[in-house]
Ligand binder design. Structure first.
Ligand SMILES: Cc1cc2nc3c(=O)[nH]c(=O)nc-3n(C[C@H](O)[C@H](O)[C@H](O)COP(=O)(O)OP(=O)(O)OC[C@H]3O[C@@H](n4cnc5c(N)ncnc54)[C@H](O)[C@@H]3O)c2cc1C
Ligand SMILES: *[C@@H]1O[C@H](CO)[C@@H](O)[C@H](O)[C@H]1NC(C)=O
Ligand SMILES: *[C@@H]1O[C@H](CO)[C@@H](O)[C@H](O)[C@H]1NC(C)=O
Ligand SMILES: *[C@@H]1O[C@H](CO)[C@@H](O)[C@H](O)[C@H]1NC(C)=O
Ligand SMILES: *[C@@H]1O[C@H](CO)[C@@H](O)[C@H](O)[C@H]1NC(C)=O
Ligand SMILES: *[C@@H]1O[C@H](CO)[C@@H](O)[C@H](O)[C@H]1NC(C)=O
Ligand SMILES: *[C@@H]1O[C@H](CO)[C@@H](O)[C@H](O)[C@H]1NC(C)=O
Ligand SMILES: *[C@@H]1O[C@H](CO)[C@@H](O)[C@H](O)[C@H]1NC(C)=O
Ligand SMILES: *[C@@H]1O[C@H](CO)[C@@H](O)[C@H](O)[C@H]1NC(C)=O
Ligand SMILES: *[C@@H]1O[C@H](CO)[C@@H](O)[C@H](O)[C@H]1NC(C)=O
Length: 564
């Protein structure tokens, strides 16, 4: 193993490891860009397959004590940071880390920290149902094709609805109140993992991405395995600007070294491959800077000072053109008799919430083992265009007797937006992905109206809280779901040809390139039925498997009609 932390030391599996002077700049079979969930999973699987792998991550340290976050240790336990403790996740946006960890060079929200979005997210872990793949993913990526990869993920990182060591759930008053409400509507109680295909009028205890009483995710469930292998290197503080290429062949990467601000070049081994996993909002910029994408975006990259390839080598692909996301609507309800409340983050952080802290530290149980939501529901409706659209509601106590429902419109929605670049190297959302089609607007309105009707019905024991007291006000509460997809869409309709929309083929390879792949959320051609982190991980498990298979059959047809 070789680690280049820009600062500090790394403790892996309990062992303290010294800082390596510098990463070997040559000779990698695989260079993976981005240490988020898709990048870590890909790197771990490739290193297990005996490839020589370099993982490049722009953040200089990680979010855990083991990965260099000592300055963020909790006041009451110096082996933990606030990011680790499930019961603090509801307040992540107020942690001092938040501004360190959130990217400043993109519209929308993305995390620029080892572990990616999974380091800062609210931990809801939705096993995707069959239809998330079966409806719009290309042939070869239907549920039957990806199920084995999903099982590989869940064997390591299953998520949990009962994360406490004593098998108890805590702080269940809000769940009880909401379950009674949904029972009256004749909805069905399910286990959202075991019954993942039940997405019509169902509710469940939340499944959180928690393991061993801490925030889980590939940072904890995959990265330590890779770090234990000699032929895996992790280099931190490496901001990748572009892929170096000769025609259709990637030859290496250009990076900015965070420690020195110097530009460096990292070369691939002969026959080596580059895998982009910088996330749906960042991999497109790396492509634009590498002469891949709409001509206008490449020209903007050039104006921003990037050395793009000569015009003759530009690859005209619709990068950024199929941006998708879940819109969020806020439904805030006051319950008549609800005795629940939000947790006191300040008291947990400063150590005065002694009972909850003692339960957590001593017995691995109590409310701090749980994420922020108390109930998650799913449903769908059919609009006059005949299409079925799905919804998820994540319900959290936010004040005395008050529940906030973060209601997402999810799988089946038909709107797309566009991601672009500005001359300061910032990615921009040039066209919003939300409610762009009449069908989406009609369906969202009908869903919210049905919720409003049920909440305001006599005897419901609930009222809507100002300012979102009617359907139009709730529609107007729209915010980003932060589940971005589609910017480097997978498909068989090669984006270089006619009206083709795809950027990568079904082996995850960029059309027109021999050895450049993408595995992050950007390749998803469709949205998941719920929060998408498990979907991102399932897709990465499958994409990397195909890339490994490619190595075994290197002469296979690339499906590139106008190469060289
Ligand atoms: C605030 C927030 C809340 C969310 N809540 C939930 C939730 O509750 N449940 C859920 O399922 N999903 C949630 N999500 C979404 C989920 O976390 C993301 O979909 C997922 O992390 C995407 O994974 P990825 O691998 O595609 O990219 P990312 O997670 O974005 O990872 C990209 C990685 O690449 C690195 N990187 C970027 N650019 C470069 C570069 N140029 N050079 C080197 N490294 C680079 C980044 O630092 C990062 O480590 C949330 C996301 C956010 C941001
Ligand atoms: C770097 O990698 C190359 C190619 O694998 C190898 O020949 C060389 O010895 C390595 N150098 C160091 C310093 O590890
Ligand atoms: C990678 O490491 C494994 C053992 O960890 C070893 O068997 C294999 O030969 C190594 N491969 C390369 C290419 O270095
Ligand atoms: C729920 O089911 C019962 C029994 O079938 C029925 O009487 C009632 O009208 C249903 N309620 C709703 C809201 O659909
Ligand atoms: C880093 O280098 C760039 C370009 O060389 C320069 O514009 C920038 O100011 C430098 N940043 C720092 C923090 O030195
Ligand atoms: C800790 O936080 C609680 C809740 O905000 C506050 O009442 C208390 O005064 C704080 N105690 C200390 C020692 O900071
Ligand atoms: C800190 O937390 C860890 C993990 O919960 C626990 O094992 C350890 O005992 C705690 N340390 C102290 C000093 O309580
Ligand atoms: C709230 O409590 C009152 C008084 O006990 C009771 O009449 C009412 O039915 C309760 N409402 C709900 C929704 O449980
Ligand atoms: C809906 O609520 C908003 C905000 O409170 C208010 O301005 C608006 O008049 C209401 N619309 C209707 C149709 O009641
Ligand atoms: C591309 O789309 C346009 C407009 O929808 C259509 O007229 C044209 O026939 C399409 N071309 C191909 C090759 O499908």
């Amino acid at each position: 193993m070789r680690v280049h932390w820009a600062t500090a030391v790394l403790a892996s599996s309990g062992a303290l490891l010294g800082v390596q002077a510098a990463s070997n700049q040559t000779g990698y079979d695989y260079i993976i860009v981005g240490g988020g969930p898709s990048g870590i999973i890909s790197a771990e699987r490739l290193s297990a397959a005996n490839k020589k792998v370099l993982l490049l991550e722009r953040s200089t340290v990680g979010p855990t004590i083991e990965t260099g976050a000592a300055k963020y240790a909790l006041s009451w336990n110096d082996t933990l940071t606030a990011i680790d403790v499930p019961g603090l996740s509801f307040d992540v946006g107020n942690f001092p880390q938040w501004t360190d960890y959130i990217c400043t060079d993109t519209d929308g929200t993305a995390a620029c920290i080892l572990g990616g979005g999974v380091t800062v997210n609210y931990m809801v872990f939705v096993h995707p149902p069959d239809h998330d793949f079966d409806d719009k993913w290309p042939v070869g990526w239907k549920w039957a094709d990806v199920a084995a990869g999903a099982e590989r993920l869940y064997a390591r990182n299953p998520g949990s609805s009962v994360p406490s060591a004593d098998g108890q759930l805590y702080d269940q008053a809000a769940y009880g109140t909401l379950a009674r409400f949904f029972n009256k509507l004749n909805w069905t109680a399910v286990d959202m993992s075991a019954q993942r295909n039940e997405k019509f009028q169902t509710y469940s205890h939340p499944v959180w991405n928690v393991q061993d009483y801490k925030r889980a995710g590939p940072l904890r469930t995959y990265l330590p395995l890779a770090l234990a292998r000699k032929n895996f290197s992790l280099r931190m503080g490496a901001l990748v600007t572009r892929v170096l290429r000769t025609g259709s062949r990637a030859t290496g990467l250009e990076i900015i070294n965070a420690a020195t601000n110097a530009t460096e070049t990292i070369r691939l081994a002969p026959g080596g491959k580059v895998i982009l996993a910088a996330g749906a909002l960042h991999s497109p910029r790396i492509l634009f800077n590498s002469g891949i994408g709409p001509r206008a975006q490449i020209a903007t990259a050039q104006r921003s000072g990037i050395t793009v390839p000569p015009v003759a080598e530009w690859i005209d692909l619709p990068v950024g053109k199929s941006l998708m996301d879940h819109p969020i609507f806020s439904i805030v309800i006051k319950t008549q008799n609800g005795t629940f409340n939000t947790l006191d983050a300040a008291a947990i952080l400063n150590g005065t919430a002694t009972r909850d802290i003692a339960a957590y530290e001593t017995d691995n149980d109590g409310v701090l083992t749980q994420g922020k939501h108390r109930l998650v529901f799913f449903t769908s409706n059919v609009a006059s265009d005949g299409l079925t659209r799905f919804y998820q509601g994540s319900c959290t106590p936010t004040a005395e007797g008050v529940v906030t429902i973060t209601a997402y419109m999810t799988h089946g929605l038909t709107s797309t937006g566009e991601l672009a670049l500005d001359a300061n190297q910032r990615t921009t959302i040039a066209k919003s992905p939300y409610l762009q089609t009449a069908g989406d607007r009609e369906a969202a309105t009908a869903f919210i109206q049905s919720m409003v009707n049920a909440i305001t019905a006599p005897g419901s024991g609930m009222t809507l809280v100002e300012p979102y007291t009617n359907t139009s006000a709730i529609l107007g509460s729209l915010t980003a779901g932060i589940h971005y997809a589609g910017t480097t869409k997978m498909g068989v309709d090669d984006g270089r040809v006619g009206n083709g929309t795809a950027v990568v083929d079904t082996d995850s390879r960029v059309y027109g390139m021999q050895n450049l792949y993408i595995v992050d959320g950007g390749i998803h051609p469709d949205l998941a039925s719920g929060n998408n982190q498990a979907m991102v991980m399932v897709v990465a498990e499958n994409a990397v498997e195909r890339i490994i298979q490619q190595d075994k059959f290197p002469d296979e047809d690339m499906g590139v009609p106008c190469d060289v």
